[in-house]
Write a protein of this length. Structure first.
Length: 534
């Protein structure tokens, strides 16, 4: 799938389905409690200010944006048929009363009664059909329509029923419906059917309405009185304040200019904030993240065209040292492209390679008749994923050369040239990052491993391709876990890509602010309604 937009949306450090969802038997986690279980009773009329450097809102029209800053606004102002409750990676009904697979290529949803948009008009199945038809018709290059490539058509046979008919089996559709591609717009409002809305006005049916928006400065929201759903806002107003520099954001939370600082703090900022938190009037909060960093190998470019070279690198790399020495433990080592916290995760690379071991790496190279040291050029891009990336790759070079098995020529170039060159096969080994579209294991496997993946590294293992195709037809995601286990095991054997770490979500919040911890989960959804002030 074409997911490049989400890849390049990744920030430096995020310091930040059963067949029938209605009858799946899993108790829905409480997503509605004001302020979450952090303690104390929040002031329902309070204004919460969240500061962030994640400021590049591409569009207020869901058809025109495939980035986290824009989707953060959408998740709080629109409804989707399904949503991800806090702490869960299983889609559950939101605007829908229930959704179910009626056959492997037909997915049917029934809407809840009484839904209305913030302009007072009823929300019906015609609005849902309009929204999906519009998304596919506009197909804006900056938008997420590529997520719907398996969708053939959307029908609204009656006011409460929506039917999705697929071209190919796609068990990830329920997860996709929770993303920016699934936002429901009013068909009778000023949303053109064939082009983006350009007046910076947003009309949805979510728990908040957008009151004002100043690009790169501020977005202000208030509770939507027309909202009918499970969220119970712990505040009366919510403000997103955008900062250009991480240092300014850090100062803002220290001074109390913002209630929460989230996304954009550097590892050094986090370490400094932790050291001064006692008596500083704020706390540093850690949450689970599923953003990935990894090294990619072009399997037809020397010397990475030799599996033993790739395996030897996997055997030498010390992820723990990178996490500690480069990132001040604001990231967590990961041993699979399916990160910890996402269904079907296994520690496949740890299972195969264990702890870093020079002797085992040397044996791999010797068995393949490869002379040491191996000369290899390692590429990274210096600003796309933050300035700390340079330090990371200096550490990787140090580790490889300290083994005595490699001689590394470390090179870098800016993103525009970088992505052109790696897709052209000019790099044997290069670093990339991934920010997920949704927390389903397919989103961490198919984009990388199916017939070369989006980075065109010429990896094409028929067995892996077949496993991915099989997994995409398994609507019972629990039953798909063995398939994903096989994919991860084969990836660790072939090493077309080497997972390095997954980012934690880290926020700093003023004393008395509640609910932040509860919304920091693998979905990356900042649920405004959960954050309150005592």
């Amino acid at each position: 799938m074409a997911r490049t937009k989400r890849v390049i949306a990744a920030v430096a450090v995020s310091v930040i389905a059963a067949s029938s969802l209605a009858a799946c038997g899993e108790k829905k986690k409480d997503n509605s409690q004001p302020g979450g279980p952090s303690g104390g009773s929040p002031n329902a009329g309070a204004t919460v200010i969240l500061g962030t450097t994640d400021s590049k809102v591409t569009s207020l029209d869901p058809a025109g944006a495939y980035d986290l800053p824009s989707w953060t606004i959408y998740w709080n102002t629109f409804q989707t048929l399904l949503s991800l409750p806090a702490g869960s990676t299983t889609p559950t009904p939101d605007a829908a009363q229930k959704c179910e697979w009626t056959n492997p290529k037909v997915y049917t949803c029934t809407l809840k009664d009484g839904l209305t948009f913030s302009n007072g008009t009823p929300l019906t199945s015609e609005d849902v059909k309009f929204s999906f038809d519009r998304m596919m018709k506009i197909a804006d290059p900056e938008g997420p329509s590529s997520l719907l490539e398996s969708l053939e058509k959307t029908d609204a046979p009656d006011p409460k029923t929506v039917v999705f008919t697929l071209k190919t089996e796609d068990a990830t559709l329920p997860h996709k419906l929770t993303t920016g591609v699934g936002m429901i717009l009013p068909s009778d409002e000023k949303y053109p059917a064939d082009k983006l809305r350009e007046d910076n006005v947003l009309v949805g049916s979510g728990p908040y309405k957008l009151d004002s928006f100043k690009p790169d400065e501020e977005a202000a929201f208030s509770v939507n009185a027309s909202y009918k759903g499970d969220a119970k806002p712990a505040n009366g107003k919510f403000v997103m304040r955008y900062y250009a520099e991480a240092s300014t954001l850090k100062q803002a939370v220290q001074k109390g200019d913002v209630d929460v600082a989230f996304r954009g703090l550097t590892p050094t900022d986090v370490a400094d904030l932790r050291g001064k938190a006692s008596g500083g009037g704020y706390q540093v909060i850690d949450g689970e993240g599923t953003e990935l960093r990894y090294m990619t190998f072009n399997v037809t470019t020397a010397p990475a065209d030799q599996k033993a070279v790739r395996q030897a690198i996997a055997q030498v790399i010390d992820r723990e040292a990178i996490a500690k020495n480069v990132y001040n433990d604001t990231v967590t080592p990961t041993y699979s492209m399916i990160p910890n916290g996402v269904q079907a995760h296994t520690d496949a690379f740890k299972d195969k390679y264990g702890a870093p071991d020079k002797g085992k790496a040397q044996a791999l190279l010797a068995a393949a008749g490869i002379t040491q040291p191996v000369n290899i050029t390692l590429w990274y891009t210096p600003t796309r994923y933050g300035a700390v990336t340079a330090d990371e790759y200096v550490e990787i070079k140090r580790q490889l050369e300290a083994s005595g098995l490699f001689k590394v020529d470390l090179q870098s170039t800016e993103w525009q040239q970088y992505q052109t060159d790696y897709k052209a096969g000019k790099f044997a080994a290069f670093g990339l990052g991934w920010f997920p579209d949704f927390p389903d294991p397919d989103n961490y496997t198919a984009p990388f491993l199916y017939k070369g993946g989006y980075f065109k590294n010429n990896y094409d293992n028929p067995a892996v391709n077949d496993l991915i195709t099989r997994s995409q037809g398994q609507t019972d995601r629990k039953a798909a876990e063995p398939t994903f286990a096989d994919i991860q095991k084969q990836t660790a054997e072939d090493v077309p890509v080497l997972p390095m770490w997954q980012g934690k979500q880290i926020a700093a919040a003023r004393t008395g602010v509640t609910g932040v911890k509860e919304t920091l989960d693998p979905s990356y959804i900042v649920r405004f309604w959960m954050i309150g002030k005592q």
